[in-house]
Design a protein around this ligand. Structure first.
Ligand SMILES: Nc1ncnc2c1ncn2[C@@H]1O[C@H](COP(=O)(O)OP(=O)(O)OP(=O)(O)O)[C@@H](O)[C@H]1O
Length: 254
């Protein structure tokens, strides 16, 4: 689908300064409804900082962020999430001794505002069962539903993270390096998975793997030194001289 929809996330002159250093510098970003939008750029370009700003994990030094035309600048993550923007959990937030099923139960309960007062009754746990099964099946973990997260392979843990963000059923899903550290098979499986999950949603993701970006993104924003260097379709930005130079520069310094 070529997204021509309304703007879901808009930033204006978004800036974050760390002790005088402008990690994100006057960024005007527009993410369109229904798009899969990649944020790329060399190391230190400001991708993670921008991602954290968009999800409320960091407050901007200046500039604004709107979600569906509502100002969310400076709101904490849970309030940004309530406006429909949810990010993927990190593996570090998985509990080794809880099973896949229990993780998804927790995410669903948190979302349905029962808070995390979990394990209150069997009845409560059972209530989400059908939805839990559906989510686990969606990410290919149904056969591992009762396995403890600590015993999962790396790619399976990343799939569980996706199930947790899906449990929130967010219209806008932000994925932080969904294929980081994966072998080629897991990468290809994750591409397929994200493609399916993106249907009917807007997805913003950060990834270093250009195969992933080229396979998934219908819009790419290239950052360099906190600023937008180029923006467009994958083929367009890939051939952009400034982008090539930025990446070559990185390779030379590697
Ligand atoms: N909390 C912080 N305090 C000080 N400087 C920071 C902080 N967070 C990020 N920076 C600096 O801001 C710049 C951008 O960092 P950021 O992590 O956003 O880049 P990135 O594009 O995500 O890089 P990478 O691809 O390596 O993850 C870097 O120079 C980094 O050192």
């Amino acid at each position: 689908m070529t997204p021509g929809g309304r703007v879901v996330i808009r930033t204006r002159a978004l800036t974050r300064v760390f002790r005088g250093f402008r990690a994100v510098d006057a960024v005007d970003l527009e993410v369109r409804e229904g798009s899969v939008h990649a944020l790329v750029g060399p190391n230190g370009a400001g991708k993670t900082t921008l991602f954290n700003l968009l999800t409320g994990f960091l407050a901007p030094t200046s500039g604004t962020i709107t979600v569906f035309d509502e100002d969310v600048t400076g709101l904490p993550p849970e309030r940004v999430a309530r406006r429909g923007v949810a990010r993927s959990f990190q593996i570090t937030s998985l509990f080794d001794t809880l099973t896949c099923r229990e993780h998804v139960e927790l995410a669903l309960q948190g979302h349905s505002r029962q808070g995390f007062r979990f394990w209150r009754s069997e009845k409560l746990l059972g209530r989400h069962r059908a939805r839990v099964d559906e989510l686990l099946a969606q990410v290919g973990l149904m056969s591992l539903a009762d396995k403890q997260a600590g015993l999962l392979a790396y790619g399976q843990k990343r799939a569980l993270e996706l199930a947790l963000v899906l449990a929130l059923d967010p219209p806008v899903m932000l994925l932080d390096e969904p294929t980081a550290g994966m072998g080629i098979e897991d990468v290809d499986r994750t591409i397929e998975l994200v493609r399916r999950l993106a249907s009917g949603r807007t997805v913003v993701f950060v990834d270093h793997n250009m195969h992933v970006v080229g396979s998934l993104a219908d819009r790419v924003t290239v950052l360099q030194q906190g600023r937008i260097l180029a923006e467009g379709g994958y083929d367009e930005v890939r051939q952009d001289e400034r982008v090539i130079t930025a990446y070559l520069g990185e390779a030379e310094h590697a």
